[in-house]
Ligand binder design. Structure first.
Ligand SMILES: Nc1nc2c(ncn2[C@@H]2O[C@H](COP(=O)(O)OP(=O)(O)O)[C@@H](O)[C@H]2O)c(=O)[nH]1
Ligand SMILES: [Mg+2]
Length: 497
């Protein structure tokens, strides 16, 4: 791929910064860990629980440096980038522990630095600086746009919106699209209306009933500080052919704004954040997709392919210019595993592995170690066996959030509404032994809660309140979790030996 002049400048800049950061990392070894995932995947909860566990020495038996007693202390420290908001650890922790509510959702990038003082295996005292960068997965999924023309993106987006289950959700936008003459004079009102209807279509796909994942451009759903800006006032067009738009036409305007979006939004994100990450964890709410149904699970698979493309783009385009290889470990994590009985945790992991493996087979992530895990950063449930009609069901116990119900009330008038105080036992369903049972043409799709009544659905996932905090020996209160220590070991364990 030939590089343009501005791309060459950018590579030079990246390389220069890389040299500076490399020099700094010799003085104090640093790991920049990216934490990403679509909105509500569990990023905020993950970082809060991870930092809490490090700072207060949580129960992390699989995290070797801690279980071997080599971590002397972990402390928060001022972050390196002044222009990035700080991750509000203290408020999030207070919500979880003191109020037993989930932290408020954030819609921005943020950063937090933890310094880990430890003893190396050889006995020397050392420090590892861990910089955590929390950024929306929606922004990551924009990276493939960098190498896509407006015309190609339009064709692809319109085509996808004509497929089930997206088509009915796209109807109002399609109706408007049909009235547009792409060669006519550029009209700001038409652009605003098209962008509004297109954004509404994306938001409808994202709604938990459908839980679609692959919905670029990411800033349309996660605008950050760009809401209302002209760089976001565009939409795909129905174009008969490739080629050059007539000067002054609607087509020309939309194309210019699409290119502006890439220049002012996507490229700086890539350069200032993504290209600097050493390690990456991608959080996925696979249970949300299961709740929504087979279409959402298939969509998740396509999303993975796109995600891995992003990592590939990162490597192919910039690797040569960098001193040290970036993102040499990538962990895909299915979150909220506490919604399942432990008998299904391995199956959830197998399901994720199955999705990721197909995507890895197509992407070139050579040089990066990729793994998958099913975890719960904060475990909100306990387990219990419940006898019903002579059978024993593997259930979970927890306090559902006030207002939660099993099944959508419209379809299930008997669906009970929870009060937020009472502990209940729920049979969440069992994941199949063979993940293939959930995929593919010719395979009977499973019944989702969205489409079926509570009794018919194969899976029932309700949201629980955070757990009461257990008192731990000396390190203060510890938050229960599932496999958080394994994630930590994979992500930074090798840097603490
Ligand atoms: N039971 C349980 N729920 C979780 C966990 N992590 C996240 N959640 C739920 O998912 C929601 C979104 O999590 P959050 O961390 O804010 O997602 P973000 O948008 O990716 O930062 C929370 O409000 C919780 O309801 C977990 O470990 N266990
Ligand atoms: Mg968040």
């Amino acid at each position: 791929m030939a590089l343009t002049f501005s791309e060459l400048i950018e590579q030079a800049r990246l390389a220069a910064r890389s040299v500076v950061e490399y020099g700094e990392s010799l003085v104090s070894p640093t790991v920049r860990l990216g934490i990403t995932g679509l909105s509500r995947a569990g990023k905020t909860v993950f970082i809060t629980a991870l930092v809490h566990g490090l700072v207060r020495s949580g129960r992390f038996p699989v995290f070797e440096a801690l279980s071997e007693g080599r971590i002397v202390r972990a402390r928060l420290s001022p972050q390196p980038d002044d222009a990035v908001p700080r991750f509000d650890y203290e408020s999030h922790l207070r919500a979880l522990v003191a109020d037993r509510v989930w932290p408020e959702s954030t819609r921005q990038i943020s950063e937090l630095r933890v310094v880990i003082e430890y003893q190396s295996r050889s006995g020397a005292m050392r420090e590892l600086v861990l910089d955590m960068v929390d950024y929306p997965g929606e922004w990551l999924l924009d990276l493939p746009l960098l190498s896509k023309s407006f015309e190609a993106w339009s064709a692809e987006t319109v085509e996808m919106s004509r497929r089930e289950p997206r088509a009915p959700l796209a109807a109002p936008w399609h109706a408007h699209l049909a009235t547009l003459d792409v060669a006519s004079a550029a009209d700001e009102r038409a652009a605003i209306e098209a962008a509004r209807l297109f954004t509404e279509y994306l938001a409808a796909c994202r709604n938990e009933r459908y839980a679609m994942s692959l919905l670029p451009p990411g800033r349309f759903l996660m605008p950050g500080d760009l809401a209302g800006s002209p760089a976001l006032t565009f939409a795909p067009l129905e174009l008969a052919h490739d080629g050059t738009p007539p000067a002054g036409s609607l087509w020309a305007m939309m194309r210019r704004r699409y290119e502006a979006y890439k220049e002012v939004v996507v490229r700086p994100f890539f350069r200032d954040h993504f290209a600097r990450l050493d390690r990456q964890i991608v959080l996925i709410d696979a249970l949300g997709a299961l709740n929504a149904g087979p279409d959402a699970v298939c969509d998740l698979e396509e999303t993975f392919r796109s995600l891995l493309d992003c990592f590939e783009i990162g490597r192919r385009t910039f690797l040569s210019a960098l001193l040290r290889p970036r993102a040499d470990r990538i962990l895909f994590a299915a979150t909220k595993a506490d919604h399942l009985h432990h008998t299904s945790h391995d199956r959830l992991e197998a399901l994720l592995r199955r999705i990721v493996e197909r995507a890895v087979a197509r992407a070139d992530v050579a040089g990066a170690a990729v793994d998958v895990i099913a975890l719960a950063a904060v475990r909100a449930t306990r387990e219990a066996e419940v006898k019903r009609d002579g059978a024993t069901l593997a259930c979970i116990l927890g306090v559902p959030i006030a207002g939660e119900h099993l099944g959508y009330t419209g379809k299930d008038p008997t669906g009970k509404i929870f009060d937020g105080m009472t502990e209940v036992a729920v049979f969440p369903g069992e994941l199949p032994d063979d993940p293939d049972a959930l995929f593919g043409p010719g395979i009977a799709p499973f019944h989702s809660l969205t489409a079926a009544t509570t009794q018919e659905a194969d899976f029932r996932f309700v949201r629980f309140r955070p757990p009461p905090v257990e008192a731990a020996g000396d390190g203060g209160p510890a938050l229960p979790h599932i496999r958080l220590d394994r994630a930590l070991q994979f992500l930074i364990g090798d840097r603490l030996t």
